[in-house]
Design a protein. Structure first.
Length: 211
């Protein structure tokens, strides 16, 4: 019985020691957490006071300095929340659009003169100005000729092509020979008329259908 009594007493003493140790640790930790919370609150209030004084332009000499920002490597500064190094390049201002206006007249000068002469001498025909060479054939022309034009295209009443007319200038363009060869290969009569020696309207029909 004496041995059992000693064992029971030792067990109770150990339990009591554990309970006391846990209680002491809890009390010590609670005091530390409380003091830490008070210190953080005091620091926050001090920082708010400094910011308010700075905004007023009246920073007291004994005011706590604002916490310094951690150093950043070069090229990693920020503007707001966007890293400067990753900010997109500023958009370039669009170039001023060129002013577009309607022409006063579609045909002027020599072009108008030749058109009116053809219309007067060929009243049962159709005349079209500035027609692309590519529109006169099927398939694709050589790239150098796809944008080339004839000054005047004459079609009969059935809209069949009769002739292509170019106005002769002081100097022939380098592409004129290639254009003339293309029209010849398509079987289209090609005429070059000079405003200085323009045939009479009644003679134009003979000129177009001359063998």
């Amino acid at each position: 019985m004496s041995f059992l009594g000693l064992l029971l007493g030792a067990t109770l003493g150990a339990l009591a020691l554990v309970v006391w140790f846990k209680w002491h640790k809890r009390m010590t930790g609670g005091d530390s957490a409380g003091s830490g919370g008070k210190q953080e609150k005091a620091q926050a209030e001090s920082l708010e006071a400094f910011i308010a004084a700075y905004r007023r332009g009246d920073v007291p000499a004994n005011a706590p300095a604002a916490p310094a920002a951690p150093a950043r490597p070069p090229g990693s500064g920020t503007v707001g929340a966007i890293p400067v190094a990753n900010m997109p390049a500023p958009a370039m201002a669009p170039a001023a659009a060129e002013t577009v206006a309607k022409r006063e007249a579609f045909l002027t000068g020599a072009g108008k003169l030749v058109y009116l002469a053809c219309r007067s001498g060929l009243r049962d025909h159709h005349c079209f100005a500035q027609v692309r060479l590519q529109s006169l054939c099927t398939g694709k022309l050589d790239p150098a000729l796809q944008t080339a034009c004839v000054d005047l295209l004459v079609c009969n009443a059935a809209m069949a092509i009769v002739a292509a007319i170019d106005i002769a200038g002081p100097e022939a363009a380098a592409s004129d020979a290639a254009k003339a060869e293309c029209l010849r290969s398509l079987g289209i009569r090609h005429l070059r008329l000079s405003p200085k020696s323009l045939p009479k309207p009644e003679d134009i029909r003979t000129l177009l259908y001359r063998m």
